[in-house]
Design a protein around this ligand. Structure first.
Ligand SMILES: Cc1cc2nc3c(=O)[nH]c(=O)nc-3n(C[C@H](O)[C@H](O)[C@H](O)COP(=O)(O)OP(=O)(O)OC[C@H]3O[C@@H](n4cnc5c(N)ncnc54)[C@H](O)[C@@H]3O)c2cc1C
Length: 388
C-alpha cells in the first residue's frame, strides 16, 4: 500500500499552493470583513485549468480523479483561504458529475467547457426550507409544457447563487403521492439562473462571508427540456452520483483548514514567551497540539481511502461518510485548540484562527449533518434498523 502522494498529485499540490500564495492572509481577512466573492482566486485557478480537474479531457478538463481533486481542495483550504477559498470553486469541481455521467454528448459539450474555462459559475440547488435533510419531501414543482418545464418553489442555503450564471436544480415532476418509491418523481436540470424568475436573497451567516448562501424564490422559471439531465423522474438517483465525491472533498477541505489552524498554533507556541519560556514548552499546550495532529492525520487517511475506492468504481459510501465525519470533527477541534493556544489573541481577527473556527463549522453541517452520517453508518454498515 502506498501512502505517499503520487508524483502527479504532488505536482497538483505544488501548483495550487503556488497560486494560493498570491492570496495571503490579508486578502482573506478583508473578504471576511467586507464579503465579496473571491473572483481573483476563481480566475487564477481557471486560467491554469484547475476548475476542470475532474472533467473528462474531451470536454476541456484534465480527467483526473477525486483523489487528485481532494489534494487540490485541501491545498486551497490549508493555504489559509479556508472554506471561503474552497467553497468559491467547490461546486465547479465535482458538481456537474451527474452531467458527466448521465448527460448527452450535446449537453456535455454545451455545459462543461464554460465551467472549466471559468466563464460560467454554477450553484447546486437541492435543499428546501420544508424538506431539510429529507430530500424526497422537496416541494419545488416542475411542470412540463411542450418543449419546456415551468418551475415554482423555494430553495434555501444555495451557495454562490449571487454570482452563478447556472444552477443544477432538483425539482418534483410527479407528485410524491403518485410514485411507488419516495425517491422517484424528482428530475434534475442544469439551466440558466434567470434572475427575472428567481429572486436570490442572501442569508447573513456566521462565517465564509465571501461565499454567499441564499434563499431562492422561484416563480415561473422556464427550463428547456434540453436542460433536463437524464430521464424525467430519476433525478434523485442521479444526484447520488455526486454525493460521495462531495463528501470526500468537504472532508479534504476540513483537514486543510484544520492543518492551517494547527500550523498557526504551533508557530505561536514556539514564539510566545510567558513565565520566561515559550508556552509550547508546557505539556498542557503541547499535548492538545499533538492530539490534533494525530486526529487530522487519521481523518486524512480516511479521505484517501474513500477517494481511492471512488476512483476505482468501488462503493465508497461508508468511507466517504466516515471521512466527512472524522475530518469535520478533527478540523473543528484543531481550530478550537488553535484559538485556545493563542489565548486572548486567538479571539482577535488579525490572528485568523477565529475565522477558521467559524468557517470549519460548515463542514459539520453541510452537505449532510454528522447525525445523519451516524444514522447511515448504523444502518448500512452495522445492519441496524433504519432510524430516519
Ligand atoms: C453554509 C452552508 C452552505 C450550504 N450550501 C448549500 C448549497 O449550495 N446547496 C444546497 O442544496 N444546500 C446547501 N446547504 C444546506 C445543507 O446541506 C443543509 O443545511 C443540511 O443538509 C442540513 O439541512 P437542514 O439545515 O434543513 O437541517 P434539518 O434537516 O432541519 O435538520 C436539523 C437537525 O436535526 C437533525 N436531524 C434531523 N433528522 C434527524 C434524524 N432522523 N436523526 C437524527 N438527527 C436528525 C439534523 O442532523 C440536524 O442536526 C448549505 C448549508 C450551509 C450551512
Amino acid at each position: 500500500m502506498d501512502f505517499a502522494l503520487s508524483p502527479e498529485q504532488q505536482a497538483v499540490r505544488d501548483a495550487v499552493v503556488r497560486i494560493c500564495a498570491r492570496f495571503g492572509d490579508d486578502y482573506w481577512l478583508e473578504r471576511d470583513r467586507l464579503g465579496g466573492f473571491p473572483f481573483e482566486l476563481h480566475r487564477a485557478l481557471a486560467a491554469d485549468g484547475w476548475l476542470g480537474i475532474c472533467v473528462p479531457e474531451a470536454y476541456g478538463g484534465s480527467g483526473l480523479g477525486i483523489a487528485d481533486a481532494a489534494v487540490m481542495m485541501q491545498a486551497i483550504a490549508e493555504s489559509g483561504a479556508g472554506m471561503a477559498g474552497a467553497s468559491a470553486v467547490h461546486m465547479n469541481i465535482f458538481g456537474l458529475n451527474p452531467v458527466v455521467v448521465f448527460g448527452t454528448d450535446e449537453q456535455k459539450r454545451r455545459m462543461l467547457p464554460p465551467l472549466v474555462a471559468g466563464c460560467e459559475k454554477a450553484c447546486f440547488a437541492v435543499t428546501e426550507p420544508n424538506a431539510g435533510l429529507d430530500t424526497t419531501r422537496l416541494e419545488t414543482r416542475a411542470e412540463r409544457r411542450g418543449d419546456r418545464y415551468v418551475l415554482h418553489g423555494a430553495k434555501i442555503w444555495i451557495s454562490t447563487a449571487q454570482v452563478a450564471e447556472k444552477m443544477l436544480i432538483l425539482a418534483r415532476t410527479t407528485p410524491r403521492a403518485d410514485v411507488k418509491k419516495r425517491t422517484e418523481g424528482l428530475s434534475l436540470f442544469y439551466t440558466t439562473l434567470d434572475r427575472g424568475r428567481v429572486e436570490v436573497r442572501e442569508i447573513d451567516k456566521m462565517g465564509r462571508k465571501a461565499v454567499d448562501s441564499n434563499q431562492l424564490f422561484i416563480d415561473g422559471l422556464e427550463v428547456p427540456v434540453d436542460d433536463r439531465i437524464g430521464e424525467e423522474g430519476r433525478g434523485f438517483e442521479y444526484i447520488l452520483h455526486g454525493l460521495n465525491p462531495e463528501r470526500i472533498l468537504v472532508a479534504a477541505e476540513a483537514v486543510g483548514i484544520g492543518r492551517a489552524a494547527l500550523a498557526r498554533a504551533n508557530a505561536y507556541a514556539k514564539e510566545r514567551v510567558v513565565f520566561g519560556r515559550p508556552i509550547g514548552q508546557n505539556q498542557a499546550i503541547q499535548h492538545p497540539l499533538a492530539e490534533r495532529w494525530m486526529e487530522l492525520e487519521a481523518a486524512q487517511m480516511m479521505v484517501q481511502r474513500a477517494a481511492w475506492e471512488y476512483d476505482r468504481g468501488m462503493n465508497s459510501g461508508a468511507s466517504a461518510n466516515a471521512a466527512k465525519y472524522l475530518a469535520a470533527e478533527a478540523g473543528l477541534k484543531a481550530c478550537e485548540t488553535a484559538m485556545l493556544t493563542l489565548g486572548g489573541y486567538g479571539y482577535a481577527k488579525e490572528y485568523h484562527v477565529e475565522r477558521y473556527l467559524r468557517e470549519v463549522m460548515i463542514t459539520r453541517l453541510a452537505p449532510v449533518s454528522q447525525q445523519l452520517i451516524l444514522c447511515y453508518l448504523a444502518e448500512k454498515v452495522l445492519g441496524l434498523p433504519r432510524s430516519y
